[in-house]
Design a protein around this ligand. Structure first.
Ligand code: NAD
Ligand code: GLY
Length: 372
């Protein structure tokens, strides 16, 4: 791997009513964990990691980590580990190992480790401290920041969870270079989401720098992560627990995406499903006359350039609709969708003609996903 000539640390803060989450972005951060000492020294540390990430990054990480005691807990990689069963195994391990309330949990891995580990931290002994070292693009630009933790139930994604913020998010963009291309592409969907939902200039920047991102250019990745998190932090600070409608905007593409992901039994990755969902939201907004077709086409073109497949696997509208009923944005039984009034201007919409949505789903092209 080519060494990187840049060791600029960027630091962001998510300010909360009763504290803060600090965020460091630094190429090579996982090789340089002395920044973590003030959080880990003199504490019992429980490290949650998935088996793939452990093979790649755990040993060098542990060599430099200073703490009173370190216990490692590995889970199988992928979405199928974000379950109540894994939650139970982890918490039982904590009990057996006599971890007290002053412990620190560290999640080293992607969004699955972050969401599951965060949920353990939110609930074990009614809440313990945790910090995250996110290793996928989705986790570095979205899942690790903002305090949403959860596990899935058979009936849908993230149905059990809590808000609980990590004290620190420690981001090393260099680890993205070992991501399988499919995971990088899936991560780009969440990155593109920010521009589409919130910021046309960010969208334009992504149009100009997509090739660098696809080539794992560390500076482009670092910039993309910083911009995405800056946009996310502003939204989360304004509506930390998604009570006012603002934070729901970050769910652009997720009502459709979660349904596709779950109905496909997670054959479609989270980011891939979100990409289809973003285009569905743009397409529906165009059908309703809210978004001009040029903007819709620009969104499709950027998602396609990021190698995201925008067709549905063989799923019928009836396969997707039951999942919409369980969406956390719904109120009083009404479906709420994040739609677009312009590129960079998403809104939480309650009043729209459902027949347009059903027509869109019925019209959506399908193709074979088995080769993915
Ligand atoms: P993931 O954690 O399953 O990671 C994807 C795959 O990449 C896994 O197989 C993992 O082992 C592998 N991997 C991780 N880092 C690697 C690296 N550096 N090199 C090589 N392989 C690596 O999935 P994800 O895409 O990171 O996250 C998706 C999850 O995040 C979903 O469950 C989604 O719901 C959740 N999410 C949560 C939030 C939130 O706000 N809490 C936001 C977005 C997504
Ligand atoms: N990933 C959406 C949110 O954090 O609200």
């Amino acid at each position: 791997m080519k060494p990187l000539q840049c060791n600029l640390t960027q630091s962001l803060r998510l300010q909360l009513r009763d504290g803060e989450s600090r965020i460091f972005i630094q190429p090579g951060a996982l090789q340089n964990t002395q920044h973590l000492d003030s959080w880990t020294n003199d504490r019992d540390v429980f490290i949650l990691c998935d088996e793939t990430v452990a093979r790649l990054y755990l040993d060098p990480f542990l060599e430099r980590l200073h703490s009173r005691r370190q216990i490692i807990h590995l889970i199988p990689p992928g979405e199928t580990s974000k379950t109540i069963e894994q939650y139970e195994r982890i918490t039982w391990n904590l009990v057996k190992q006599h971890f007290g309330r002053d412990m620190l949990l560290i999640g080293l891995g992607g969004g699955v480790v972050g969401d599951l580990g965060g949920f353990v931290a939110a609930t074990y002994h009614r809440g313990v401290d945790y910090l995250l070292c996110p290793t996928t693009l989705i986790a570095q630009t979205d899942a690790s920041v903002g305090g949403k933790t959860a596990v899935n139930l058979p009936g849908g994604k993230n149905l059990v969870g809590a808000f609980h913020h990590p004290l620190l998010v420690y981001i090393d963009p260099l680890v993205l270079r070992t991501l399988p291309p499919r995971e990088l592409h899936a991560g780009l969907a969440e990155v593109i989401k920010y521009g589409v939902a919130l910021d046309p200039e960010n969208f334009e920047w992504l149009e100009g720098h997509l090739d660098g991102l696809l080539g794992f250019d560390a500076l482009d990745l670092q910039d993309a992560i910083r911009m995405a998190l800056t946009l996310k932090i502003a939204v989360v600070e304004a509506d930390p627990e998604e009570r006012l409608g603002q934070r729901a905007i970050l769910n652009l593409g997720h009502t459709f995406g979660h349904a596709i992901e779950t109905a496909s039994d997670y054959r479609v990755l989270h980011g891939e499903a979100v990409a289809i969902g973003i285009l569905m939201a743009a397409d529906l907004s165009s059908r309703l006359g809210w978004l001009d077709t040029t903007a819709r086409d620009r969104i499709q073109s950027l998602l396609e350039r990021a190698h995201l497949k925008l067709t549905l696997p063989s799923l019928r509208t009836e396969d997707l609709l039951p999942y919409f009923d369980r969406d956390k944005k719904n109120r009083k039984g009404h479906l709420k969708l994040v739609l677009l009034e312009a590129l960079g201007k998403a809104v939480l919409a309650e009043r729209f003609d459902m027949t347009h949505m059903i027509d869109m789903l019925n019209d959506w092209p399908q193709s074979d996903w088995s080769m993915h």
